[in-house]
Ligand binder design. Structure first.
Ligand SMILES: Cc1cc2nc3c(=O)[nH]c(=O)nc-3n(C[C@H](O)[C@H](O)[C@H](O)COP(=O)(O)OP(=O)(O)OC[C@H]3O[C@@H](n4cnc5c(N)ncnc54)[C@H](O)[C@@H]3O)c2cc1C
Ligand code: SF4
Ligand code: SF4
Ligand code: SF4
Length: 493
């Protein structure tokens, strides 16, 4: 062997040693080449830097299609995934910084058997008993509208116990917080989802934040872990259609990819849904959300990573840690140390949330179609259905904008879903209006229209001035949009 060959072999074995070392370090994680392809390459965010292929002996760069290609057996070690500049692998990037972590559960008999470990309710009880707070902002069920959230100011631990449990819908907690500040409460615990916590954080930290120079109130923020919330307007009617009596539901819970509903005193759920099947009922904002663990809270509390009837807790600030430890010392909570958390489960879910926005695509459907001449028909009633009126009130479910292409004699209509949730099985109907008659009606059916999705229609017109009737009819809510849209050539200025 030449000296050069010996050097090369030694370098090669050193490389193999490092490869094995990192492989061991990554053992048990779910990062792999498959994840790299799914999260980075197939979503179109790969920068084509070639790093993945450069570090792995069984990967090659495919110059033809511009992506990594397997040329041997992948061991699933995850080394490629952990070098890629586009993956998120740093725990701090995934769950934020924290001072201490715990697994916790309540010791208060009335709180046991609540949402998870009852940690939040127990902390509120401790804070009231110790006179550390004058008020807390919580979310309760609307007594007149089952399972619709209402944010409330509470001042007693009895009310904290009444407010326990999760409602998987947006709650206007900051509104209640501002009311509490106006009512002169000085020391307030604020319970909210990560987006609620972000609002308070911004009000404290942004240059024009309302609370930045506000010295009269101190706010302790308690954040809930949150993967997504839903639109009650569409989710609950679907539950009811499935025979569920919402007034009888006593608990909702999301656990291991399933959404469970419980009636009183029943151990087993009355109904469980695969969470993926509920995607279209998800609030549109949640698809753009990247914070699972309430990274800006003083204390963050969730269920993932801790097992049944317990909570994973991150105390992020010094005051958060002090409050948690004192509550445990005074017997409100039992806490286990940081290593009791299944951190990999938390990191895995946090990563799912961070990368989910890579796959969001605002679909735009372009429809340019010749209108088939049909016999004239008289305009039907333009009334919006009663069901749509009661659901949307004065809010519009659909909005339409127009643009006339004079050269092509086409009216471009952009129809947008502004309902805030996915509307499925809708019929879009367009017709020219000549006096009281409709001409050239054109209809298309759309299976699913996502929130804020646009549908663009190129509707041919005979004249450059006139009006078209645009109607949108949904299977579930009846006529949700009906308007005459006038058009005319652009005037020279
Ligand atoms: C929309 C939503 C999504 C969630 N997703 C996840 C998840 O993916 N993974 C996970 O581990 N945990 C998630 N959680 C948190 C989990 O459901 C529990 O709230 C958390 O584990 C605390 O449990 P606990 O037993 O201490 O709660 P409790 O002691 O019962 O206290 C719950 C507190 O949450 C407040 N609350 C209830 N609903 C809302 C709401 N909509 N907005 C603001 N505050 C509310 C109540 O006022 C109460 O004070 C979610 C919670 C919500 C509200
Ligand atoms: S063997 Fe190669 S391709 Fe497979 S996960 Fe490890 S580094 Fe990636
Ligand atoms: S390392 Fe990541 S960004 Fe670079 S080529 Fe591979 S997948 Fe693409
Ligand atoms: S997923 Fe994000 S936006 Fe949606 S409720 Fe949770 S924290 Fe708020």
């Amino acid at each position: 062997m030449t000296e050069e060959e010996v050097n090369h072999e030694q370098a090669d074995s050193k490389y193999k040693y490092s490869f094995d070392f990192i492989q061991k370090k990554l053992e048990g994680k779910k990062d792999s080449f498959g994840m790299l392809m799914k999260e980075i390459v197939r979503t179109g965010i790969c920068t084509e830097c070639g790093t993945c292929a450069a570090v792995c002996p069984v990967l090659e760069w495919d110059h033809l299609i511009g992506q990594p290609k397997l040329v041997g057996k992948c061991t699933g070690c995850g080394i490629c995934y952990n070098q890629c500049p586009r993956t998120i692998t740093d725990p701090i990037q995934l769950i934020g910084e924290f001072n201490r972590g715990y697994v916790a559960n309540t010791n208060i008999p009335e709180v046991i058997g609540g949402q998870d470990g009852g940690t939040i309710t127990s902390l509120l009880c401790y804070l009231f008993d110790e006179h550390l707070i004058d008020a807390a902002i919580v979310t309760m069920k609307d007594p007149d509208n089952p399972w619709h959230p209402i944010a409330q100011i509470i001042t007693t631990k009895d009310d904290a116990i009444k407010a326990s449990g999760s409602i998987y819908a947006h709650s206007q907690t900051v509104d209640a917080l501002m009311d509490a500040i106006r009512a002169d409460y000085r020391s307030i615990a604020f319970v909210g989802t990560p987006c609620n916590i972000d609002a308070v954080h911004k009000m404290y930290s942004s240059p024009s934040g309302m609370l930045k120079y506000f010295m009269r109130a101190h706010i302790l923020t308690i954040g809930l872990f949150c993967m997504d919330s839903f639109s009650p307007e569409t989710l609950y009617p679907m539950f009811e259609k499935d025979g569920i009596d919402m007034a009888k539901v006593t608990k909702m819970d999301i656990n291991k990819g399933k959404f469970h509903l419980y009636y009183e005193n029943q151990e087993e759920p009355i109904k469980s849904y695969n969470i993926k099947s509920l995607h279209k009922y998800k609030s549109s904002s949640c698809s753009f959300c990247t914070d699972l663990t309430a990274e800006n809270a003083d204390i963050s509390v969730g269920s993932v990573g801790s097992g049944a009837n317990k909570n994973t807790v991150f105390a992020r600030t010094a005051i958060g840690a002090e409050i948690l430890e004192d509550a445990a010392q005074k017997g409100y909570l039992t806490v286990e140390p940081y290593n009791a958390i299944n951190l990999n489960a938390v990191l895995f879910l946090a990563k799912l949330k961070k990368v989910s926005q890579y796959t969001i695509q605002k679909r735009k459907v372009f429809i340019v179609k010749d209108v088939v001449d049909k016999e004239e028909s008289r305009i039907e009633t333009k009334e919006i259905s009663e069901q749509a009126k009661s659901l949307f009130g004065t809010r519009r479910a659909i909005s339409v904008s127009k643009q006339l292409n004079e050269r092509e004699k086409k009216l471009k209509l952009t129809i947008t879903n502004t309902a805030g949730f996915t509307i499925d099985n809708i019929k879009v109907r367009i017709a020219t209006i000549d006096e009281v008659f409709e001409n050239k009606p054109w209809v298309t059916t759309i299976k699913e229209m996502f929130p804020y999705e646009d549908i663009e229609v190129g509707y041919p017109v005979d004249s450059l001035e006139g009006s078209v009737l645009v109607e949108v009819i949904s299977d579930a809510y009846g006529k949700i949009f009906s308007r005459n849209i006038k058009f005319e050539p652009k005037k020279d200025t």
